[in-house]
Design a binder for this molecule. Sequence first.
Ligand code: AFP
Length: 355
Amino acid sequence: MAGATGLLPEAAGEELDAYLARWRQAAAGRDAVAETIAALARATAEIAALVRLGPLAGALGAAAGAANADGDIQKKLDVLANDAVLKALRACEAVAYFASEEEEEIQSLRAGGACAVAVDPLDGSSNIDANTSIGTIFSVYPASPDGATGSFFRPGSEQVAAGYAIYGPFSALVLTLGAGVDMFVLDPSGLYRRADAHMSIPRSTREYAINASNYRYWLEPVRDFIDDCIAGAEGPRAKDFNMRWLASLVGDTHRILSRGGVFLYPADKRPGYERGRLRLMYEAAPIAFLVEQAGGDATDGLTRILDKVPGALHERTPLVFGSSDKVARIVEHHADSSHARIRSPLFGKRGLFRA
Ligand code: AFP
């Protein structure tokens, strides 16, 4: 039955503000994180309203006339999204430091703030004019007494919150505060309402996500894994697989959180891709926190993402995450590559004794 808005059932979910109020009252020391998440929610609701206008808001996918620190050409929406997040965090008394894909340096916002926030303000920029899902990714750390660098150059396991906003057929905020993953859907009035208590990733999957056009650049462990998937029921895995690739980390993550799967953006042989394409601090680490909280795993092929410490603001990392059985198999492939591989005609070009 339609609710007061005429669109929502009466039993629509709990508003994010009420959820955060309950969370902060349940234990001491949570006020700053709750206020930071509320500020990020306001900023992402503002970005969602802009994205919803599409071309009516002007050419959001057009080049903004500059490149970011990592050399990516900035789109208008990259800049507008960064401005929206920075404005909301400047107004939030809880936030001391701000790191962003669109900023050359870490910004100090407020002395005495208890939190440090790293963001990819607009992930999936190449999809803006294609009207496919894009998003904002965020990571929250306790501000360090050692200042800006101490607040961000640390293992991702020290995050206190992480999440993303996805701007798609429905817009939503997917959030972890360290006790599972919840989804809040943006309703027509601009409020986030809880829609899914504790998203979880199935251990196994038959679906992988990778940009297959880069096959010739991949290193052997990734090629071996994908070859086995493509070989399907007649190959060593003895089952068929499916592939998806949205070229939007947020979109691929949301699918994997919703139904399982494994995502790979590996290192490859192209110049500049020696560590893949995705950035550790504001893309891989927050996604890894969410994925682990949902029962999945995230690695660079050899090291757990949440154990890695960035050495630079825009440092890249190979990224593999999703259903834990498949992540484990990809790690095995990477471990195998350090040993002579048995070449056997029985299984074409690869080992007889493969797990
Ligand atoms: P853009 O924000 O520049 O579109 O990059 C998006 C992204 O960082 C990530 O969201 C995708 O998974 C990945 O790049 C897609 O990379 P390819 O275009 O090389 O497939």
